[in-house]
Design a protein around this ligand. Structure first.
Ligand SMILES: Nc1ncnc2c1ncn2[C@@H]1O[C@H](COP(=O)(O)OP(=O)(O)O)[C@@H](O)[C@H]1O
Ligand SMILES: [Mg+2]
Length: 221
């Protein structure tokens, strides 16, 4: 379970402070499928970075499975991220010089998994996302939807409990985007907690739990 209590995130700029998030309190239950929805600039990515242990709140408390992570060091946050959280981004963020297989193997290397196990697991994950026949393709040799599938396979490499996806369908046509959402639904049915961020209000229909943001504040529905 992820819990935010009275969380603020303030960026200090020369022109003055920017409150990217103001007084956010919310709970994301285990094995839920949540959407964070709001227009551009509403604070979605900032919220995702806090939930994903990529950044710390300026004020307030964030609890992950009962642990208060609000004041963790960068090292402690990195450990939690590596074990518990998988990330998927709008621009896929694959390494262009590596094959699909190598891209999926990479996060396991950082966790110290041995080569044979990494390769087998990466193959299984790429098969799961429907890319068994694309293992040695580099990102530039894949379509956008295929690249996002590789990114999803990579996000699963270290068996995270939580998948965080920031505008995962933003660079895809709507048919391909729907397929990607279906893949998240499949992961959800296997027990993962899925949180996706989008500016597209139509995507509400896919989530059980909808969190709407405007100007850094929660709005009701
Ligand atoms: N690193 C930063 N420094 C200063 N301001 C930022 C930073 N990141 C985001 N912001 C500001 O915080 C607000 C929310 O940004 P963001 O979370 O990226 O929104 P969204 O993802 O919904 O488009 C915006 O006004 C943005 O300009
Ligand atoms: Mg954003």
């Amino acid at each position: 379970m992820i819990q935010l209590q009275q969380v603020w995130k303030t960026y200090s700029l020369e022109s003055g402070p920017v409150n990217a998030l103001q007084d956010i309190s919310l709970t994301i239950p285990d094995n839920s499928f949540s959407a964070i929805i709001g227009p551009s600039g509403s604070g979605k990515s900032t919220l995702m970075c806090l939930i994903g242990c990529l950044d710390l709140p300026t004020q307030g408390t964030i609890t992950l499975n009962g642990r208060n992570i609000s004041k963790y060091s960068e090292d402690e946050l990195a450990k939690i991220r590596g074990k518990m959280i998988g990330f998927v981004f709008q621009k896929f963020n694959l390494i262009p010089t590596l094959s699909a297989l190598q891209n999926v193997m990479l996060p396991m290397m950082f966790q110290g998994t041995n080569q044979k196990v990494r390769e087998k697991k990466a193959q299984e994950l790429l098969t799961f996302v429907g890319l068994a026949s694309r293992l040695s393709h580099r990102p530039s040799q894949l379509s956008g939807g295929e690249q996002q599938r590789v990114a999803i396979a990579r996000s699963l490499a270290n068996d995270p409990d939580i998948i965080l996806a920031d505008e995962p369908t933003g660079n895809l046509d709507s048919v391909t985007g729907t397929k990607i959402i279906e893949l998240f639904q499949k992961l959800h049915s296997q027990g993962k907690t899925i949180i996706f961020v989008t500016h597209d209000t139509k995507m509400k229909q896919y989530a059980q739990n909808v969190i709407t943001l405007r100007d850094g504040q929660l709005t009701g529905g």
